[in-house]
Design a protein. Structure first.
Length: 244
């Protein structure tokens, strides 16, 4: 099936690629992704949401890529925080496919958060919210500190920085799932050893994504073994400026 302009739609591309992740989406979920693609297109200029315009790229590099995280998520209800969610990746696609997840999208840029809030409403999703804050600050708020089963992040910072920004949100026994390229993980995992040690994290696995449309993608899975020390994350900007 093609869109009204004769081109493939994001919906149809996703419908044809998602089976190779071992997933099957309902017509309603596919409709939600098509609406998401349309809102991304319409909101692009207003909030600098994404550089991608081609529906196949949006389906592969945003939707499908986000859904690879499902392979590392346990079954059952979970509280998930997406750090630096941007236009909602990976958290919003995860929510569309796993309505049992409670998802918090954390994003520092107010314009993106306003767009995310409108998009959540348009998609009629409940159990998901977008918050405008920096991770360095929100992680010290008792309502969020060590309150999540899972933190997820894509394209936000090197792993050492992500450990400091994300692990304080995760309860002991919970996990950080960082989406990386294979080459990125090869460099970043050893460089994050000290950050993991200071934050209480333990590397569980670097899990290759098995999908031909997404070569060289991996999920870096870090378990939070203890409560993070109160000193972390350090003040805004410092984790990226002076990684642990
Ligand atoms: N995760 C999305 C994706 O993969 O498309 C967005 C990636 S974008 C390159 C990084 C986003 O992280 C930006 O929207 C930025 O505002 C946000 N960000 C960076 N550092 C942050 C922080 N310390 N706290 C909250 N958001 C942050």
């Amino acid at each position: 099936m093609t869109g009204s302009d004769g081109h493939f739609t994001a919906r149809d591309r996703l419908a044809s690629t998602v089976a190779d992740l071992g997933l099957s989406l309902t017509p309603r979920q596919l409709d939600a992704f098509e609406m998401y693609a349309r809102l991304l297109r319409e909101g692009k200029r207003e909030a600098n949401l994404t550089a991608l315009t081609d529906p196949i790229d949006v389906a592969d590099k945003h939707f499908l890529d986000s859904l690879t995280v499902l392979g590392a998520l346990p079954d059952g209800p979970l509280r998930v925080i997406d750090i630096g969610a941007g236009a909602g990746f990976p958290g919003l696609p995860l929510k569309i496919v796993r309505p049992d997840l409670d998802v918090t999208l954390l994003e520092a840029t107010g314009k993106k958060v306003a767009w995310l809030q409108r998009t959540i409403e348009a998609l009629r999703l409940s159990g998901v919210r977008a918050l405008a804050a920096r991770a360095e600050e929100l992680a010290h708020d008792a309502a969020h500190r060590a309150e999540y089963d899972m933190a997820v992040a894509r394209a936000v910072a090197p792993l050492a920085v992500l450990c400091e920004l994300c692990l304080p949100f995760v309860r002991p026994g919970g996990r950080l799932i960082a989406q990386k390229t294979a080459a990125g993980a090869t460099d970043e995992v050893p460089a994050a050893a000290r950050a993991m040690e200071l934050l209480g994290g333990r590397l569980v696995e670097v899990r290759p994504v098995k999908h031909q449309a997404l070569p060289n993608r991996v999920l870096v899975v870090v378990e939070q073994t203890a409560l993070a020390l109160r000193d972390y994350p350090r003040r805004s900007g410092l984790p990226a400026k002076r990684p642990l």
